[in-house]
Structures are given as C-alpha cells and as structure tokens.
Ligand binder design. Structure first.
Ligand code: GDG
Length: 471
C-alpha cells in the first residue's frame, strides 16, 4: 500500500516543556486542518522541524510523542535555524519573492546551510518513503527538496505547493542561485501556486534560466513532464462560520459592545511583516480622520500585529515605525473617552479573533504582496449576518477570487482613503449583496476543496506520465 507524506518547514504542532515533560499542542491553523484528513490516516505522515531547539538527550522522547500523532521531526540546531531559516529563507527568498529586493541578502553561508538543511529533510524523508509513495512538499524553505528526492526515488509522485508569490523574472533573476532553485522545484510532478500570475512568472523564469521546453502549462525536462498550475487556497470556512455562534465568541462580542458601543470598527490583523502594508494602512486611516472630523469618536481601528521574525533588523525597524505612527495618530486625535487605534502587538486565541471578525464593520487587508491572504477569507466566513465590508489589496492572491471586495492599490493613499470612506458610507443593501457573493465563494472553495483538487490533479498528472512512458 502506498502512503502519503507531507513535508513542510514546521510541523503543525507546538511543543513546549511543562513540568519537565514535553507537551504537544496540535495547531488549529487552516493548513493543518485541511491536511489532517490526509496525514492522520494509516501510515501517512507529516515531516517537519519540531520548532524548538532540543537537547540531544530529549530527542527520543519527542520523536515518540510525535509518532503517535503521525508526525515525524527534523531536528535543526541554532546555526541551521539562523542560516537556513532566518537567513536564506527569510532574508533572501522572502524579500525577493515579495518584490522587496533591496532587503535581500545574498550570503554564501546562508546558501550553504539552505542546501545542507534541504539534504537533512531529504534524509528524513528517505527513511520513511518507499517507491510508489506520494510526497507533498510545502513552501519556499524547501525548494531544493523535490529534485533531491527525485534522484533517490525516480518514480515517486512528488507535488510541491508554494504559499508565497512567485515573482516576475526580473526579480527572480537577481538571486545568485536561481538555476539551482528552479532545478530543485522541477524535481516535482506538479507545482502549485495560489494564482495564474505566479504560474506565469514561474514558467517564464524557468524557460529563461534553464534549457527546457514548455507546452501550455507543462514543462518538459530530462524526459519528464512537470505540470504547473494555480490552486487558490481556501480556509476552514465552516469552522469560522460556526465559531461565531459559540458561547465563548458571543461573550467576546458582548464585551466589545459594552466597551465600544456602536463605534464602527475597522479591523486589521497580520503577522508583523513589511509585505503586509501595515504602515500604508495607518496612513490611510490618519487621512480619514484628518479630512473627516465628523468620524472622530464614531470609528476606531482595531489592529492586531502578531510578533514574527523579530531577530531580523527590518522587522524590528518596522515594529518601531508602527509603534511611532500609532502613538502619533492616537495622540493627535484621541479624546478622553475614545481611542482612534486599539493596537495589540501579540497573538490572541481564535475565539477573540472570531469575535472581532464578526463584530468588525470593515476589514482592511492591504498587503504590498501576499501569496493569498487568509485573513480576508476568515473575515468573510465569520460574517454570518452578511454585513461588513472587505477592503482588499489587488496585490493579494485573494483579490483574484474575492472580486466583490473593494479592491485597492496599497501604494495609492488617496484610493485607500476613498475606499475606507466608501465602506463607511456604503448602503446596507449593497453591503449585504457584496457579502453574500463573497460568502458563497469562501464557503464553497474551502480548505478541503483545495486539498482535494491538488491531490486529484497530482494523481492525474502521474497517471498520464505513467501511460506516456508505457507507450
Ligand atoms: C502565508 C502567505 C498565504 C493572525 N493573528 C492571529 C492568528 N492569525 C492567523 C490568521 C491567519 C494566519 O494567521 C495568517 O495567514 P495569512 O494568509 O494572512 O498570512 P501568512 O502567515 O503570511 O501566510 C499567505 C498563507 O501562507 C497560506 O498559503 O495566504 O499569503 O504569506 O490564519 O487567522 N491566529 C491566532 N491568533 C492571532 O492573534 N490564533
């Protein structure tokens, strides 16, 4: 019997030592939920970094605990994390893939570790994988892994999905190791992205950098065919929908209502990242207050920024910039009984998020670049009363599907300003009509649908390849 192996940088679990014993907290994230239907079955398994620096002596205990959940750890030491993860993944690939090339570092040592850690993942995969297995690799930390596995197990079925954008060739070509990265990815049978633009950019880079042929969305390389396609990722929409009716969330909403009354809430939720357009969003909100004094005490922004990658200088700087700008706006407009911005630099339980999503009158999602952006979809799934307005950047993959949102260019401050005013003034019928359509999309094309169409296409691509070879 063949099995399915999921591989990603991180396991879908948080491991913490409590009272001298390691405890596992299984992630509630959408990807973990969607892939749960796969990795929890039979001999299937999910391989990834355990997410913490473990003493050698404790590895066996953790490995055993994880095994009971069909999880298999890759252990990384602090130098590997520093150079492969924070270095090459987050200081080289992340800025280039998000069109922030001036932030990119091209350090040989980062690249050396990126290769050796991809090798380390390969070894763990090969301890488990057998010919005939299906392997689904996730994201930009593991671009070299498909080809590494292909060399060891030439007939294995390998799918790869990239969660962040693939940039245009003019950006991608800047990376000194661009050919190696493409060759690594092309070890797959099927490569998926969130949008057709990503598919187009990838194919264009591959044909310019490598001596390969293409027919439509298929790349021919070394007598193999590799299909490149778009699979826009969905969320666990039912979970977000149903959460809004739970006692815990109803209580959260009640507390908001008591504190803020009928103030209109503009919601903003992101990880701390320069790709998310947080500064631009604040500037647009500032303009709304400065040009419309009538809104003073009638609207407020609730902004959650989840700490992320704060070892990297640009992220620390961004945090300082946000602190300053929020302080500046609050000090200029606040009144004794009202704050323009409620800013939280920490993460919250999903019930709090759900309460905010369902209470928020507007959700402002304005990334400079985003592979998909799940926050926009979670907001929609939480608007069970079918009101609320989504303002969404055209640079987010989600904007290709969520066309009834107010779509903005996050670099255009005037347009963002007008979008917020339009949302604040929108007639109720228009809000409902837009939200109805948005909800149909999000509830239908959910995470389970995404997993199914990727896995179905992977099987179809492989069967096609097998019959081509048999001829
Ligand atoms: C990458 C790509 C792509 C946020 N605050 C809290 C919290 N969150 C959760 C949200 C959402 C997730 O974090 C953020 O997902 P995004 O999609 O918005 O962004 P990235 O983390 O950058 O994800 C992105 C995604 O991969 C999937 O392919 O869409 O483009 O960059 O789910 O709910 N969760 C909790 N507390 C918080 O305070 N529990």
């Amino acid at each position: 019997m063949s099995k399915t192996i999921i591989v990603s940088n991180r396991l879908p679990v948080r491991i913490a030592k409590e009272n001298d014993e390691y405890q596992l907290k299984v992630s509630e994230g959408g990807l973990a939920t969607g892939l749960g239907s796969i990795y929890k079955q039979g001999d299937n398994v999910w391989i990834g970094w355990a997410g913490l620096d473990v003493d050698k002596g404790d590895e066996a205990e953790i490995t055993n605990k994880l095994k009971q959940e069909n999880l298999c750890p890759v252990y990384l030491d602090p130098e590997e994390i520093q150079n492969y993860y924070e270095g090459f993944s987050n200081e080289t690939l992340w800025p280039i893939f998000h069109y922030m090339s001036t932030y990119a570092q091209y350090e040989q040592v980062y690249w050396d570790y990126y290769q050796s850690v991809n090798e380390k993942f390969k070894k763990v995969v090969l301890e488990i994988a057998e010919p005939g297995d299906i392997i689904w690799i996730h994201d930009y930390q593991l671009l070299l892994l498909p080809q590494m596995i292909r060399e060891a197990l030439p007939n294995t079925t390998i799918g790869f999905f990239q969660h962040i954008p693939f940039p245009s060739y003019e950006l991608f070509r800047l990376i000194p190791w661009r050919a190696e990265l493409l060759n690594g990815m092309l070890g797959s049978d099927l490569i998926g992205f969130h949008t057709y633009d990503d598919v187009r950019h990838f194919t264009s880079s591959a044909t310019r950098v490598l001596p390969i042929q293409t027919t439509a969305n298929v790349i021919h390389k070394d007598d193999r065919n590799i299909t490149i396609d778009a699979f826009p990722m969905g969320i666990d929409a039912k979970k977000f929908n149903d959460l809004t009716h739970t006692e815990a969330v109803l209580q959260e909403k009640e507390v908001y209502n008591q504190i803020i009354g009928d103030t209109k809430i503009i919601l903003s939720i992101d990880r701390l990242d320069y790709s998310k357009g947080i500064i631009q969003r604040l500037l647009a909100f500032d303009k709304v207050l400065s040009e419309n004094p009538d809104y003073i005490e009638k609207i407020s922004m609730h902004m959650i920024v989840v700490p992320s990658r704060d070892n990297i200088p640009q992220y620390r700087d961004l945090r300082d910039d946000i602190d300053k700008l929020v302080g500046n706006i609050n000090s200029r407009y606040r009144t004794p009984s009202w704050h323009p911005i409620h800013y939280f630099y920490r993460s919250f339980p999903i019930e709090t998020l759900s309460g905010l999503y369902s209470r928020a009158d507007i959700c402002l999602v304005t990334p400079m670049r985003d592979g998909m952006n799940l926050v926009s979809k979670e907001y929609i799934a939480s608007k069970t009363d079918e009101t609320g307005v989504l303002i969404l950047s055209e640079m987010a993959g989600a904007s290709k599907e969520l066309i009834e949102a107010i779509i903005v260019n996050p670099n255009n401050l005037g347009e963002m300003y007008r979008a917020i005013v339009q949302a604040l003034e929108m007639p109720e019928e228009e809000k409902i009509s837009r939200m109805k359509n948005l909800r149909e999309t999000v509830m239908k094309f959910d995470i389970n649908h995404w997993v199914k169409i990727f896995m179905d296409q992977l099987a179809a691509v492989k069967n096609h390849e097998k019959s081509r070879r048999a001829k």
